[in-house]
Design a protein around this ligand. Structure first.
Ligand code: GAL
Length: 948
C-alpha cells in the first residue's frame, strides 16, 4: 500500500518527453483486456502479476475505458469536496482496485532492443508488470508515463498486468469539478526505440512579424536532420537555427509546414507552425498582434465513455468550436488527450494547456494542510508540470502554460512556475490562484463582474504588479442550465480595454452520463456526498447538441459584425489577423418574414480591426413589416466548415408594420346562463375568464408571474437567491381575487387583485376585452399594490389550449429561445416548430423555450385550425405540454409528461438570466422590477386553410 499513499510521483518510468509518432514500429495495446474489480487492495488477488495467473474467469473490459461506466462500481460526482476523509496523504482502505491483464504477441518483424510501454492516462494510480517483472507505478492521471520494456519482451505470450487503484495520494491533487472515474482511460502503446533514433525533440519555430522571417531550431539528439520540403529545406542539421520567409501560424490561419526529423535509424514527421508569443505593453500578443480570447473551458467528456474520449470526439469538439467562432480553449483542468492538441494545431485554436492539478477540497477547510504549500508534495507538483510541458512543448497552438486550478497558493506552485520559465521562456505562465501575480505572467480571474473587469480595464486595480499585466477571465459566464445571460457586456469591455483580453466561458459541455431516457448527474448513482447537477453547466448538451447558450455566445463573438451604418450597412472586421477577403456578403429582404428579394452585396476588403459602410441595395416595395438581413459567409469551404458557413450577420429594419386598423367594436356583451358572450369569445360570468374562443375550449388567459426557476435563478452564492426571494414572497402560488366583472357595456371589464397568501402586497390586474371582426382584443393593466419586494420572474398571461394544437408558427424573434440578457442570436423572421420542438431539453428541467419580440403566433391542430395571437406590437411566448409547476418539479427530462393541454405563456416582460449559478446575477438593466404595465393582445380563432 505504501506506493498508493506516497505523496511523491510514481517510480520506474523514463524521463518525460514529447508525444510524437515515428516510423519506428509501434503496437497499439488497446482493445479487450481481462478485468477484475476488487473492493480493496487487500481483497485483490496477490499473485496477479504472475504470468501464469489464471484470469479466464474474469470479465472483459475495453481499454481505454473507465470501469464505472462498464458496470463495475458506480460513478460519483463532487465539485469541491473530497469524497473521502481529508487525511493527506491517506486514502480509504476500501479502495476499489481494478486488475487489468492482457496477453499479447509481438508482430513478426518486431526489432530487438529498446522499447517503451506508453500509458497516456491511468486514473488514479497504476502499478505495472510485464511478464512478471514490475515496471513501476504511475500517478498523475491525465499525464503520460513510459516504461522501458525492451529486455522483457518475448515474441509471443507477453503478459501485461496493470493494477489500478481508484484512490491514491494523487487523488488529493486531482479534485477537479468532475466525475470520479477510474481506469486505463487513454491509449496504451508499445513503441520500439531504435538505437540512434530520436528520443525526444523540441522544435522551436519563432516568427518575427517585423521581417516576415521564421526561425526554426530543434533541440534534440546528435546527427538529426531536418527536412521541410515546401520551404526547400533538405538535410539541414536540426540543431542549427535556420531563418526562412514563412507564413505565420495563428488560430485564424493555422499554417503548418510538414517536415521530418531523421537520423539513419528513425524518421519523425513534424508539423511546424511559426509563431511567437510575447507580453508587450501589458498585452498578450502573438506575432505582434493583441489577441482577443473568445474561449471556452473544455473538459474531456463523452456521455457514454466519460473522460475516455476518442479522436473523433475531439475532432467533433474542434469543429463545433470553429463553427461557433470560438478561438481559444483552456484545457480545464488537465492536459487533454494529445490528439486534441494536434487538432488545435491543425484547425487553429489558441490553447492554455493546464497541468493536472486541483486541491479545491482544502478550501472549505481554510486551506489547512493544502498540498500547494506542504514540502512533501513538491516532487509531485514538479513532476506533473514537467510531464505536461515535455509532452506538449511542440504544439504551436499552446500559447500559455497553466499550473493548475483552484489549489490556492504556495511554494510548490511558485516552484512549478520557476521551472516552466526556465524550461520554456517562449510561453507565459498562467495560474488564477496567484492573486497577487507574484509568480505568473498574466492576471487571471474567474467570474469577475463586468464592473470589476471595467476597473481592471481602467487601470484602477489596487495592485501595482497586476496593473501592468494582461488580464483574462480564465472562467466566466457559467453556462449552467438556461444561460448564460449578460455576455454582451463582457464583450464590450474586452473591446474597450486593450489589457482585457477576453476569457473562457465555463464550460464547453454538460458532463451528463447516458442513462435510459435521460442524462444522469450527481446523486443519480447513490453517492453519499455529491453536487447534483452542478456538473451540467456546458454550452453543449451531453450529446454535443449546441445549447441556446452556445448559439448566443457564437453571435456575441462573431468575427464579422454587420449593423445599420451611416451610409447604409456597416461591416466591421473583428478578426485578430485576417481580412474579409475570404467572405461573401449576401442580403435577403423579408416582408413579414417571407423572402421577397435577395442579392450579393459588394463589400470592399475590410482589414482586421477596421470597418466600412456600404450603401443599401435597392429592392422592391414591401407591404408588411420588412427586414433586411445581411450575412457574411465563407466563399469557399475550409477544413472546418463548408462554403456558405455564416460567420456574421445583422438585420436592418426596412419598413415598420402598417398601422393596425382600430378594432371595430362588436359589443355588447350577452349573458346566457353562467356565461358571457362577446364576439368570438365565451367567458365564465363569475370569474370573467375566457372559456371558448371560436369553437375552441380554452382556459384563461390570466395574469401569471412565475417561471420554473433556472439554475441561475437558484444561484449558488451565499445570500438569498432570486428564486428563494420569489418563493419567500409566494410568487409561485398567487391567488386571484375577482373584484368586479363589468359586462354592461360594449366591453367586458374584469378587475382582479392577484396576490400571494400571507402577504400584504399584490398586483391589480384589469382585463378589458373588446370584440372585433373575427376576434377579441384584450388590454391588461397591471398596477402593483403595496411594497413589492424584489423582482418578478416574468409578467404576462398564462392560458391553456387543446393538446391537439401541436404546431406553432410565428413572426418575431427566432428561431431559438431568447431572454432579455441573452437575445443577440435571434433575428426577426417567420418561424415554425412543433410544440415539442419549442422545448429546450435542459438536462435539469427548468424555464426554457421563450420566443421573444413576437408580432404574432399561431397554434394549430393537424387540421389547420387553432388560435392566433397578435401583439401590440409584440410579446414573448412559450408553449409546452406541461405546466410551469410540473417543469419546476421534474428532475430529469423524462419525468415531463404531456397532458391533454398545451400551456401557453404570453408575456409583456421576463426577468433576465444572469449567471448567478456561479458568478454575477442579472444586471440592473435586465431585472424585472414590478411597475405599472399595460399591454394589449389580439386573440382570433384560426379556420383551416386561412393564411395567417
Ligand atoms: C470554478 C472551477 C471550475 C468549476 C466552476 C463551477 O471555480 O474552477 O472547475 O467548478 O467553478 O462550475
Amino acid at each position: 500500500m505504501a506506493y498508493v499513499e506516497d505523496p511523491g510521483p510514481g517510480y520506474g518510468s523514463v524521463a518525460p518527453r514529447a508525444a510524437f509518432g515515428s516510423d519506428a514500429p509501434a503496437l497499439s495495446l488497446t482493445g479487450a483486456w481481462r478485468f477484475r474489480l476488487s473492493p480493496s487492495l487487500a481483497a485483490a488477488p496477490p499473485d496477479v502479476a504472475d504470468p501464469d495467473f489464471d484470469d479466464s474467469g474474469w470479465d472483459e473490459l475495453p481499454v481505454p475505458s473507465l470501469w464505472q461506466l462498464h458496470g463495475h462500481g458506480r460513478p460519483a460526482y463532487t465539485n469541491v469536496h473530497y469524497p473521502f476523509p481529508v487525511d493527506p496523504p491517506h486514502v480509504p482502505s476500501e479502495n476499489p482496485t481494478g486488475d487489468h491483464r492482457l496477453r499479447f504477441d509481438l508482430p513478426a518483424a518486431w526489432p530487438a532492443g529498446s522499447a517503451l510501454l506508453r500509458f497516456d492516462g491511468i486514473d488514479s494510480c497504476g502499478r505495472i508488470w510485464l511478464n512478471g517483472t514490475e515496471l513501476g507505478v504511475t500517478k498523475g492521471s491525465r499525464l503520460p508515463a513510459e516504461f522501458e520494456v525492451g529486455p522483457l519482451l518475448r515474441p509471443d505470450g507477453n503478459v501485461l498486468v496493470v493494477r489500478v487503484h481508484q484512490w491514491s495520494a494523487g487523488s488529493y491533487l486531482e479534485d477537479q469539478d468532475m466525475w470520479w472515474l477510474s481506469g486505463i482511460f487513454r491509449a496504451v502503446t508499445l513503441l520500439a526505440r531504435p538505437a540512434g533514433g530520436i528520443g525526444d525533440y523540441w522544435l522551436h519555430a519563432d516568427y518575427d512579424h517585423t521581417t516576415g522571417l521564421g526561425t526554426v531550431r530543434v533541440e534534440t539528439g546528435p546527427d538529426v536532420l531536418l527536412d521541410i520540403p515546401s520551404l526547400g529545406v533538405a538535410g539541414h542539421p536540426a540543431g542549427e537555427p535556420l531563418d526562412l520567409p514563412v507564413e505565420p501560424w495563428s488560430a485564424e490561419t493555422p499554417r503548418l509546414y510538414d517536415g521530418t526529423l531523421s537520423t539513419v535509424a528513425e524518421r519523425v514527421p513534424v508539423r511546424i507552425g511559426f509563431r511567437t508569443v510575447t507580453i508587450e505593453d501589458g498585452q498578450l500578443k502573438v506575432n505582434g498582434r493583441r489577441l482577443l480570447l473568445r474561449g471556452v473551458n473544455r473538459h474531456e467528456h463523452d456521455p457514454r465513455t466519460g473522460r475516455a474520449v476518442s479522436r473523433e470526439t475531439a475532432l467533433a469538439d474542434v469543429l463545433l468550436m470553429k463553427r461557433h467562432h470560438v478561438n481559444a480553449v483552456r484545457t480545464s483542468h488537465y492536459p487533454p488527450d494529445p490528439a486534441f492538441l494536434e487538432l488545435c494545431d491543425e484547425y487553429g485554436l489558441w490553447v492554455i494547456d493546464e497541468c493536472d492539478l486541483e486541491t479545491h477540497g482544502f478550501g472549505p477547510l481554510g486551506w489547512d494542510r493544502n498540498p500547494s504549500s506542504e514540502p512533501m508534495w513538491m516532487d509531485a507538483y514538479l513532476d506533473r508540470m514537467r510531464r505536461t510541458v515535455e509532452r506538449d512543448k511542440n504544439r504551436p497552438s499552446v500559447i500559455l502554460w497553466s499550473l493548475g486550478n483552484e489549489s490556492h497558493t504556495g511554494d510548490n506552485l511558485a516552484r512549478m512556475a520557476d521551472w516552466v520559465r526556465e524550461r520554456d521562456p517562449g510561453r507565459p505562465v498562467h495560474y488564477e490562484g496567484d492573486h497577487d501575480c507574484s509568480y505568473v505572467d498574466v492576471h487571471s480571474r474567474m467570474y469577475a463582474t463586468p464592473s470589476e473587469v471595467e476597473r481592471i480595464g481602467l487601470g484602477e486595480d489596487d495592485d501595482q504588479r497586476r496593473r501592468v499585466l494582461p488580464f483574462i477571465l480564465c472562467e466566466y459566464a457559467h453556462a449552467m442550465g438556461n444561460g448564460p445571460g449578460g455576455l454582451l457586456e463582457y464583450r464590450e469591455l474586452f473591446e474597450r480595454y486593450p489589457n482585457c483580453q477576453g476569457g473562457f466561458v465555463w464550460e464547453w459541455i454538460d458532463h451528463g452520463l447516458a442513462a435510459p431516457g435521460h442524462f444522469a448527474y450527481g446523486g443519480d448513482f447513490g453517492e453519499t456526498i455529491h453536487d447534483g447537477n452542478f456538473v451540467i453547466d456546458g454550452l453543449l448538451f451531453p450529446d454535443r447538441t449546441p445549447s441556446p447558450g452556445l448559439t448566443e455566445f457564437a453571435k456575441i463573438i462573431e468575427p464579422v459584425r454587420i449593423d445599420p451604418g451611416p451610409d447604409g450597412i456597416r461591416v466591421a472586421n473583428h478578426y485578430d489577423f485576417v481580412d474579409t477577403g475570404h467572405l461573401t456578403f449576401t442580403w435577403v429582404l423579408e416582408d413579414e418574414g417571407i423572402a421577397v428579394a435577395q442579392g450579393v452585396l459588394d463589400v470592399p476588403v475590410v482589414h482586421s480591426g477596421q470597418s466600412v459602410s456600404v450603401p443599401l441595395p435597392s429592392w422592391p416595395p414591401t407591404r408588411g413589416e420588412s427586414w433586411l438581413t445581411v450575412s457574411a459567409s465563407l466563399s469557399s469551404g475550409t477544413s472546418w466548415a463548408p462554403a456558405g458557413h455564416v460567420v456574421g450577420w445583422g438585420q436592418l429594419p426596412v419598413s415598420p408594420a402598417p398601422a393596425r386598423p382600430a378594432p371595430v367594436v362588436r359589443g355588447p356583451v350577452f349573458r346566457t346562463t353562467g356565461r358571457l358572450i362577446l364576439g368570438a369569445g365565451e367567458f365564465d360570468a363569475v370569474t370573467g375568464t375566457l372559456t371558448t374562443l371560436g369553437d375552441h375550449p380554452v382556459r384563461g388567459p390570466r395574469l401569471d408571474v412565475w417561471r420554473a426557476t433556472t439554475d441561475n435563478d437558484r444561484g449558488s452564492s451565499p445570500g438569498p437567491s432570486e428564486a428563494s426571494q420569489w418563493r419567500a414572497a409566494g410568487l409561485h402560488r398567487m391567488q386571484h381575487r375577482v373584484i368586479e366583472v363589468d359586462a354592461d357595456g360594449d366591453e367586458l371589464l374584469v378587475r382582479t387583485r392577484v396576490a400571494p397568501p400571507a402577504q400584504p402586497f399584490g398586483l391589480f390586474a384589469d382585463y378589458t376585452w373588446t370584440a372585433f371582426d373575427g376576434g377579441l382584443q384584450l388590454r391588461v393593466d397591471v398596477t402593483p399594490d403595496g411594497e413589492f419586494p424584489g423582482t418578478l420572474p416574468r409578467l404576462g398571461l398564462t392560458m391553456a389550449v387543446p393538446g391537439t394544437f401541436g404546431s406553432a408558427e410565428w413572426f418575431g424573434g427566432g428561431p431559438g429561445e431568447a431572454y432579455p440578457d441573452s437575445r443577440q442570436a435571434v433575428r426577426i423572421g417567420r418561424f415554425s416548430s412543433s410544440v415539442d420542438g419549442l422545448q429546450t431539453p435542459y438536462v435539469y428541467p427548468q424555464e426554457n423555450g421563450n420566443r421573444t419580440d413576437v408580432r404574432w403566433a399561431r397554434l394549430t391542430n393537424p387540421a389547420g385550425t387553432g388560435i392566433r395571437v397578435d401583439g401590440d406590437p409584440a410579446f414573448d411566448f412559450t408553449a409546452r405540454r406541461w405546466t410551469a409547476a410540473a417543469l419546476e418539479t421534474a428532475r430529469h427530462t423524462d419525468e415531463l409528461e404531456s397532458g391533454s393541454l398545451v400551456h401557453v405563456t404570453l408575456d409583456a416582460a421576463q426577468h433576465g438570466l444572469g449567471t448567478a449559478a456561479c458568478g454575477p446575477g442579472v444586471l440592473p438593466a435586465y431585472r424585472l422590477v414590478p411597475r405599472k404595465t399595460s399591454f394589449t393582445l389580439l386573440f382570433r380563432p384560426v379556420a383551416s386553410g386561412v393564411a395567417n
